[in-house]
Write a new protein. Sequence first.
Length: 415
Amino acid sequence: MKIGYARVSTDEQSDNAQIDALEAVGCSRIYREKYSGRSKSRPELERMIDTLRGGDVIVVQRLDRLGRSLKDLIELLDNFKSKQVQFISLNESIDTTTAVGELAFHMIGSIAQFERRLISERTKAGLAALTQASLITKVAVEQKANFEDIEKWTMNERGLIFYCQSFIDLRVEPKWLPSYLTPEQIRDELYGRVNLACQKHSEINFSQYALDHFSENSSIKLNAFFPGPIEGNIPPGDIPEDIRLNLEKSLSKNASFEAFTSLINLAQICKIDEKHVELAVSLLNNANHQLKATEDKKSIYQTLNGLAKVAGTVRSKKLAASVMILSRVYRDYLNVNAEPENIMAVGLVASAAFEDKDEWANYIGQWFSELSYLPLEQNAAVSLRSMLDQLCVLEPYLYYTCSRPLEILKCLIIE
């Protein structure tokens, strides 16, 4: 039986949207709660738990409707699991009745473990960077600066240089991707810092207010806990045992986006063993780099981009070579003319697998050479040449391996 749970914090708030969503998926019974997420007393939740039977399915609209914190959420989900009760969260597309949903549940559990382990480390490690960011923001506010205008100016004036330099720097530090310095990621990491500090000092009134605010507005996203520019370069932890077994099970199946999802996600927060990368490479080799039941462009790109990140993060030359082959197999699906920057970025991320400068430059030269020989449209050729030209200006060593694709792209452009 599907059982719904809806919660709002005050009598003034309405749970109608939650009720509509729960009824739409067939919940035959719905428990309605009007208590703050920070309140330890939630009688309707306790009543629901007392009535659970094996085979029941708990459904919520959002994860934060159920748990007061990530730790509380994991404890509740573990309780459901012990009672053989399944769980569905509609907004986050988590459904433990499916294999993918079970993996998502394990991922949340993994992040919860790392959150507890890194609370004090992260608070100290990011202090200097946060202080600098706060000072810049303070000055901007005092000068009544328009932040949208600042962002547009910086992107127009320095965006391409920053973007290309970030790719070059991956050879030194492969975990700090250019996307980690987007305004959204910086915001999420800042929210993550505040959340961790408030969890540690929950007895303070401000902390309770902030945690309620985060809960009601769903401000804390999973990527708030990923390694990033204000992370203090904290080394990743080992993969928890149950998640490691799940990972190895996934890599023993047919080559597909679903088979690699666990590896791709874990590489952002955990220390990946070489043997797991070898399993991924063997899976691709045995399948002749053909992904099973994968024909849509989005899944192919996600697999290619995700494996490129793994290759760079763990410095796996073999996986980087497999990414190159995979890009050739599915080049027609990817449509380079529509998104030339994205396809170029995959190769630059994968090139971080090579610490040796010669090998790194050769990989980038090979990647751009293969792109330049494709039937490129004018806009795509202009975009690729602009990016490659800037890369070579910032790192002249690349001229040795990229001069040929530069000339080819130049010939393709009609002045």
